[in-house]
Design a protein around this ligand. Sequence first.
Ligand SMILES: [Mg+2]
Ligand SMILES: [Zn+2]
Length: 437
Amino acid sequence: MFQKLFVFSLSVMTLLMGTGAVTEGKDPDPPSKNEVDNVILFIADGYSAGYNVNYRHYKEGGDPVWDSFLTGMMTTHSANNRITDSAAAGTAMATGMKTKNGFVGLNENGEKVQTILEAAHEAGKATGLVATSTITHATPAAFASHVDSRNNQTEIARQYMDNGTVDVLLGGGKDYFLPESEGGHQDTRHLLKEAKTKGYEIIENREELLSSNSKHILGLFANDSMAPDLHREETEQPSLADMTSSAIETLSQNEDGFFLMVEGSQIDWAGHANDAAWAMSDTAAFEEAVIEALAFAEEDEQTLVIVTSDHDTGGMTLGGYHSHGTDVEILREVTATGEHMANQVNDDRSNVKKVIEAHTSLTLSDEEIVAIEESDNVTLAINHTISHYAGVGWTTTNHTGVEVPVYAYGKGTEHFQGLIDNTDLAKNIATVLNIPF
Ligand SMILES: [Mg+2]
Ligand SMILES: [Zn+2]
């Protein structure tokens, strides 16, 4: 239903853009003004064209929703490496500056640089960060903190509170906000108490999120990272779509507009694990979140929605030397991550067949079972076996340096066309919002 509406409005939009060009020609000196009030930036960590083609086959009932508004490709290299990490890539996208792998919100000389979220905050906009990792993880951190090591998540949490630039923070990582005396990672500071004093509502589960009416929300739904979407129903955690719609509802109350970054954090973790089913199911959860934003943008007409990634993880392909054919659809029947299955394998590894059959539609051969039994990395062995059946190839358990797709919907999409650099993202967002940056 929504997709039909969406395709229709896209063609109307194309018409309107054409008319706009004519009007602009008649007015030699148009007043400088913003093209949109709001930007919602979606980052699927680790996602690349390889994931997209697999997801197209995995998804039932239509193409990925973003396929209809692909605008270009984006480079991903960092200042010191052709293969970026998420800290450098996040910093490039957030600040418009290349930096070294591991740096967050600093240029390559280690100097603090302003982020697009901070610029939006200074311009009077409401701001938000949403992630399924800890909210202090590299990607969200790059938008609102400045540290020389992405691992310093306690400092990132302190900066969120001290800087006060983010109105809505939703994700995992409660332990980074709690003092050691309460089982957390902070020496002495109790950041949840401090946040409350500063006017944030502290929430911890889906029900509290859906009923919150606050303008400032700190929602921490897990002590560490949130559950993979495959296992979310075993928890009281909200989905990425729940968090996204709540963030939009909250931030859109601000009359001067908002900037929101939403991350599908665990697509990258699935890529590192070469776990095709986890990658696809977390992409589906990410797509649900994007659909929430598109519905808002459709109605609001003052919102630019960008969907992109920071880099590829795993070098995922459709086909490849690990596979004889492609049967991506079998991944729909997988009900657990490889890690979850590996944790259920007993010490003498006598139940491999039973565990795999309980969580997939596969019947493994004796050789495949022996290969898993004898492997020194059971998780990876399970994931490679499932990927083999699906026809999903992997080239590494690290990141690769390939370009990633960029999708943009709404007004201002012309700034994201063709091959852009990841540093262009922040600069062009500032342009469409017409804010000093
Ligand atoms: Mg990330
Ligand atoms: Zn990664």
